[in-house]
Design a protein around this ligand. Structure first.
Ligand code: NI
Length: 255
């Protein structure tokens, strides 16, 4: 079940059986020579929708622009400032809370979003803690948020290690490219990359702003060989991550 493909009476009915929702969250940013700019959006969205169908839960619209200032020297990237993203997440959660949602599970596709999402949670909790009265928010119940990355589940991490080894890398990885190719086979794009495995952060160093990033990582990749991507692996990764999400989300609702 997807929020944006539902009517308001359907959401009203849903709220009588569940107070939870999964929100895919990603980033619109370059993913090397063969990876789609929407990679970090597509991965959590496709996996969350699969899990929502199997697990019979509600999946929200995807929060699809995140923290990507360091990718802005590559055409197509769109970023939010951390302060903008925190404010937007605060408003998304407050809107959902107004309807009675109490468990908001963010399913993330971009490592660069993590600290900002956690800061947004602190803003939301600060509001609740600072408000007086029962439950901290007057008539509405307190909200609990959770953040999980689609690659966090053990079977996913094991699969990536076994399949790609050190060439998995840190950005524009073969696993994320594989997931997008499983979802959109028309995007399969064989590109020869030189060097085959991109420099790691240990080799090329920590980046700061966008120009610095592009100077250190000229084709956009970090430590990866996304030419290893294969749509069949992508399908397996979707399956493994969706299984992990169903279990983890149900535990979150129960907790
Ligand atoms: Ni990515």
């Amino acid at each position: 079940m997807q929020l944006h493909l539902s009517t308001w009476p359907e959401i009203e009915t849903y709220l009588t059986r569940s107070r939870g929702i999964v929100i895919p969250i990603g980033s619109t940013e370059q993913h090397g020579p063969n990876g789609l700019i929407g990679t970090d959006v597509i991965c959590p969205e496709v996996i969350a929708r699969r899990a929502g169908e199997v697990g019979n839960f509600l999946v929200g619209p995807t929060f699809n622009v995140g923290i990507a200032q360091h990718h802005l020297a590559f055409p197509g990237t769109i970023t939010l400032r951390p302060s903008t993203m925190i404010a937007a997440l605060h408003d998304w959660v407050s809107s959902l809370a107004r309807h009675g949602f109490e468990r908001i599970y963010f399913f993330n596709g971009h490592g660069g979003n993590i600290t900002t999402i956690q800061s947004a949670f602190q803003e939301i909790y600060a509001d609740q803690s600072l408000a007086s009265g029962n439950g901290g928010n007057g008539a509405r119940g307190a909200v609990t948020c959770k953040l999980t990355n689609w690659w966090d589940f053990r079977p996913v991490a094991d699969y990536c290690r076994d399949r790609y080894g050190a060439a998995h890398g840190a950005h524009a990885t073969p696993s994320e490219v594989a997931v997008t190719w499983a979802a959109f086979p028309e995007a399969i794009n064989k590109v020869t990359m030189e060097p085959r495995v991109a420099p790691t952060m240990m080799q090329a160093g920590r980046y700061a702003d966008a120009d610095d990033y592009r100077a250190r990582y000229p084709d956009g990749r970090i430590g990866s060989d996304p030419s290893m991507a294969d749509p069949a692996d992508g399908e397996k990764l979707i399956e493994l991550s969706a299984e992990g999400l169903i279990k983890d989300y149900k535990a979150f609702l129960a907790g």
